[in-house]
Ligand binder design. Structure first.
Ligand code: ADP
Length: 245
């Protein structure tokens, strides 16, 4: 059943109080879509949610980076685009997601992080959800532009385990070194300033309009302010929203 989300004057989507929110007792598997610009904390929230919900995180960015790292055919196709902050072709990403959703660990539900990002991807996903009868909820992480820039430029990653740090908001115990692997932290190619600008442009022109698409499709959609609160506080808000009876 459709629910309508509201957009207030600041463009922040708010819970409209419908009783249609998914909850863990629901029989249908939950497709939890984490939606928001680069740097809004989708990956961080996904990792926290994996622990409480017991369903896997499906990050198209991580999957694509793995194909690049392993030198697989898909990886060589997408590497240049990723380095430039440009979206990879829909057919490539859709195929990866379709294959991933067919894995046994996704039968009870999953958390999508970084997908869908275009109208064509959203249509493919909605087709799959309808065919399987899965419940979907979209969590839109709403973040100020300046906060995004500060987060992305300060971001550092462990090249071994992929853990993300931030020089300001989440520094490692020893500057420049991963807490878990003791490896020297790196700046991801696509976290360079000119690439960040490109990624934000891609979000504005191709991804942000999906909010309207989700509304048209009657998807459950909640906006959560993710600018000013700690990741744990944002997580608690999301938990409340998705557990609503
Ligand atoms: P971010 O959200 O910070 O931009 P991601 O790790 O999600 O980072 O994505 C990194 C890059 O991978 C994107 O800039 C894009 O090139 C590619 N990518 C990831 N997900 C998708 C997608 N759903 N559609 C197209 N390209 C994608």
């Amino acid at each position: 059943m459709a629910r309508k989300s509201q957009v207030n004057n600041g463009g922040v989507l708010t819970d409209s109080g419908s009783d249609q929110a998914p909850n863990p007792k629901s029989q249908a598997p939950l497709a939890l879509i984490l939606f928001g610009p680069p740097g809004s904390g989708k990956g961080t929230q996904a990792k926290l949610l994996v622990k409480t919900l017991g369903i896997p995180q499906i990050s198209t960015g991580d999957m694509l980076r793995e194909h690049v790292r392993k030198g697989l055919a898909v990886g060589t196709k997408v590497e240049a685009k990723m380095k430039a902050g440009i979206l990879v072709k829909d057919e490539v990403v859709n195929r990866l997601v379709e294959e991933r959703l067919a894995q046994p660990d996704a039968v009870r539900g999953f958390i999508l992080d970084g997908y869908p990002r275009t109208r064509a991807q959203a249509e493919t996903l909605c087709g799959m959800l309808a065919a399987k009868g899965w419940d979907a909820v979209v969590i839109h992480l709403v973040v100020d532009y300046n906060v995004i820039i500060a987060r992305l430029t300060g971001r550092r990653q462990c090249p071994v385990c992929g853990t993300l740090y931030n020089e300001v908001s989440k520094p490692p115990k020893v500057a420049g070194v991963c807490d878990l692997e003791s490896a020297a932290l790196i700046v991801r190619d696509d976290d360079r300033e000119e690439v960040i600008r490109q990624r934000l442009e891609a979000y504005e022109s191709q991804t942000r309009p999906l909010i309207e698409y989700f509304r048209e499709k009657g998807k459950r959609l909640y906006g959560v302010d993710a600018s000013h609160e700690t990741p744990e506080a944002v997580f608690r808000k999301i938990e409340v929203l998705i557990r609503k009876p």
